[in-house]
Every structure is written in structure tokens, then in C-alpha cells.
Design a protein around this ligand. Structure first.
Ligand SMILES: *Cc1c(COP(=O)(O)O)cnc(C)c1O
Length: 382
């Protein structure tokens, strides 16, 4: 079956008890047992809940995975996936990654004796050069935040295959509609379902998908033991979002392409980072491993920080906000907001300059978004 059919139907057969066509919200902490000998499928909602189970099954199908797991947030999902590591292990990661993942690496894993090397650019050769005998995991975020860089998932998985190194991919920016990392050889996929999967800026959540039974068992045990699980109501909201993922992603993308083309010729703009533009250094790679380029783009303004302040102050439709992937367009300054907690030196290493603006292109009419950007760019310092 096709993606949109699975998104609507999988794990979502009408409720056997009532015929409800949507999965009921099983808002319960516990489940009564028939007797002491029985260990039922559901007995306590931290361990398992039917609404969460429906979401987990849906996530597995969308990622073409055997197993899916849902978490209370994207960072909780990342933390759970990272439980496959032990003190003494080493991670290779791209440098342009979500700030919260960087914080997990530096503030949670490093003190526990796990080392991390950041590859300065996302070429496969560079990832390979960073590998040590202790390397157990390569962490890829593709497209990356905020510079929309692309890692070659298939080629990186190929170098890891000979060793026992696992490949984890944060697939939040692409969503499973545009990219299926497990099909390209990755072992683990991580999502912030807060973003495109939820899609309406109304819920925080995360997910993990894998085909590997032993990785699944480790991550599943951690989920049950550590307990960063989403409530049934949040699971239901994410499932509702997933049903329209295809049509939303197509629309996010077509508007993003339209705006990226216009912005790249604007005199106030130094560069536009969008994998769908032929000028993007990894446009061909993006075309090969993705079915589309997504709805995120980042612009660099000629006028530096004052220009960023001018633009963000004048935008009317784009809300000045963290997060992404919702129906409403959002604008953010990576250096002041999403990566604001980093030191200037850390930001410099990542090429996160003060003149960047990250745009999450929503589902408004692209002409209205264009007018808003044009009026906000008018009279901007260059
Ligand atoms: C938002 C985000 C996360 C973290 O997800 P939360 O739901 O905020 O915990 C991880 N990775 C990427 C790429 C993100 O955009």
C-alpha cells in the first residue's frame, strides 16, 4: 500500500469494542486483570497503552521498520536511542546538529565517559576519518539544523557495515514522507514528532524506529524502565497529524521551493540554504536519497545581526518562535534562539553566524508568505 494509505489506516482499524473509526484515547493508568495468573497485553500505561501502541505501530510502518517506539519528546527519544552505548564508547557526529542533541552529548553523555567527535563537514570521508577503535555509533542529522546540510546515509552505512558501528539518523527535518533512512542502511531513526509528524504546533513528542531486534529490546527496556513516555492524548494528537503528513509535506515543500528561489535573488540576502536549490552544495545527493526537500530553509543576510533584528521585527505572518514543522510559518535566529546557549566559540565552529534566519515554511498561501518576506526585507540594512 502507498504511504498515505498506511498513514491513515495502519494500526487504526475501527475499535473492536465500539466501531469508532479513530483510535480511542485510553486515558487510564492501569488495566484490571481477570485473575492473578494472567499477564495481560496491557496492565500499566508506562509499560504499554493501546493508544500509544497504535502510534508506535504507525511510526514503524511509515519508516518501513519492524519496530516503533514513542517518547515524551524528541530529546527523550534521542536519549533512549543512545542507551545502546556504554562508558568508554565513542560517537562520531556531524557538527551541524540540533542544539538539544548537542547538549545531550556534551552535558549528559560526556560526564558518563562517552566520547564524541564532531566531523567538521558532513562528507563520508570525514566521518570515516573520525572513527576510532571505540566508535560504536555514527549520529547523522540530515537535513541538518540549521544549515540544511546533507549526509550521505547509504555511503556512511556502508563504511560502518564492516565494523560493529551503528548508524542513527535524526529524520525530523525530512519526515518519513521525504526520507526513509532505514531503507538506506541506517540502524536507528529518531524523530521529534513535535515537528512535522504532529504538524500543528500543539504537542511535544518523540519517536524511535529500528529493524534490529536487539537494538529494539535495549531501547524498549529503557523506555519501560526510565519512563519518558507520551500520554495517550498526546499520542492521539500525533496520530491525527500523521494522517495528513503527505499532503502537508507536499505543500510545505512547494512553498519552500517557491520562496527559496525568490529569496536567493534578493539584494539583501547573501545566501539561501535549501537542499532543493541547484546551488545547494549537496543538491544531487539530496535528490538521490530523498523524495523531496522539505519545508525548512535558512537565509544568511548581508547586513548581519542588525538586518536579522530588522527582518524578525517586521515579519507579520511568520511568528518569531522556536520549533518548526507546523501549519503556521515560523522564523528564528539560530545564534540567539535555538543555539543561543552555546558559547560564541562553539557557534563559530558550527558556522552558526549572527546573520542567519531559519524559516519554517507553513501552510499559508505562498503568495502571502512572499509578500510578508518582501515587506520585512524592504529597507533592511545591507
Ligand atoms: C526539535 C528537534 C529535536 C528535539 O525534539 P523535542 O521534541 O523538542 O524534544 C531533535 N532533533 C531535531 C532535528 C529537532 O528539530
Amino acid at each position: 500500500m502507498h504511504f498515505e494509505t498506511l498513514a491513515i489506516h495502519d494500526g487504526q482499524t475501527p475499535d473492536p469494542a465500539t466501531g469508532s473509526v479513530t483510535v480511542p484515547i485510553f486515558q487510564t493508568s492501569t488495566f484490571a486483570r481477570e485473575n492473578l495468573d494472567q499477564r495481560p497485553e496491557y496492565f500499566y500505561s508506562r509499560i504499554g497503552n493501546p493508544t500509544r501502541q497504535a502510534l508506535e505501530s504507525s511510526i514503524a510502518l511509515l519508516e518501513n521498520a519492524r519496530f516503533g517506539l514513542a517518547f515524551a519528546s524528541g530529546v527523550a527519544a534521542a536519549m533512549a536511542a543512545l542507551q545502546i552505548l556504554r562508558p568508554g564508547d565513542h560517537i562520531v557526529s556531524g557538527i551541524d546538529i540540533y542544539g538539544g542533541t548537542y547538549r545531550i552529548f556534551e552535558q549528559l553523555l560526556r560526564p558518563w565517559g562517552i566520547a564524541i567527535t564532531y566531523a567538521q563537514d558532513e562528507t563520508t570521508e570525514n566521518y570515516a576519518r573520525c572513527i576510532k577503535p571505540e566508535t560504536k555509533l555514527i549520529w547523522l542529522e540530515s537535513p541538518s539544523n540549521p544549515l540544511l546540510r546533507i549526509s550521505d546515509i547509504r555511503a556512511t552505512a556502508a563504511i560502518a557495515q564492516a565494523t560493529n558501528i551503528k548508524i542513527a539518523v535524526d529524520n525530523t527535518f525530512a519526515s518519513p514522507y521525504f526520507q526513509r533512512p532505514l531503507d538506506l542502511g541506517a540502524h536507528i531513526v529518531i524523530h521529534s514528532t513535535t515537528k512535522y509528524l504532529g504538524g500543528h504546533s500543539d504537542v511535544i513528542g518523540g519517536a524511535v524506529a529500528t529493524n534490529d531486534q536487539s537494538l529494539y529490546t535495549t531501547i524498549r527496556n529503557y523506555q519501560a524502565a526510565a519512563g519518558a513516555i507520551p500520554g495517550p492524548w498526546d499520542c492521539w494528537l500525533i496520530m491525527r497529524g500523521i494522517k495528513t503528513l503527505k499532503i502537508r509535506m507536499k505543500e510545505h515543500e512547494s512553498s519552500a521551493i517557491h520562496l527559496a528561489r525568490i529569496l536567493q535573488t534578493h539584494p539583501a540576502i547573501e545566501s539561501v540554504w535549501y537542499p532543493g536549490l541547484p546551488s545547494h552544495p549537496q543538491h544531487d545527493l539530496a535528490k538521490q536519497q530523498m523524495n523531496g526537500f522539505g519545508g525548512m530553509l535558512t537565509i544568511a543576510l548581508k547586513g548581519g545581526a542588525p538586518a536579522v533584528e530588522h527582518l524578525l521585527g517586521k515579519l507579520k505572518l511568520f511568528a518569531l518562535a522556536d520549533s518548526l514543522g507546523g501549519v503556521e510559518s515560523l522564523a528564528a535566529s539560530p545564534s540567539k534562539m535555538t543555539l543561543g546557549a552555546l558559547t560564541p566559540e562553539e557557534r563559530r565552529k558550527r558556522n552558526c553566524t549572527d546573520n542567519l534566519v531559519r524559516l519554517s515554511i507553513g501552510l499559508e498561501h505562498p503568495g502571502d508568505l512572499e509578500s510578508d518576506l518582501r515587506q520585512a526585507l524592504a529597507g533592511i540594512p545591507v
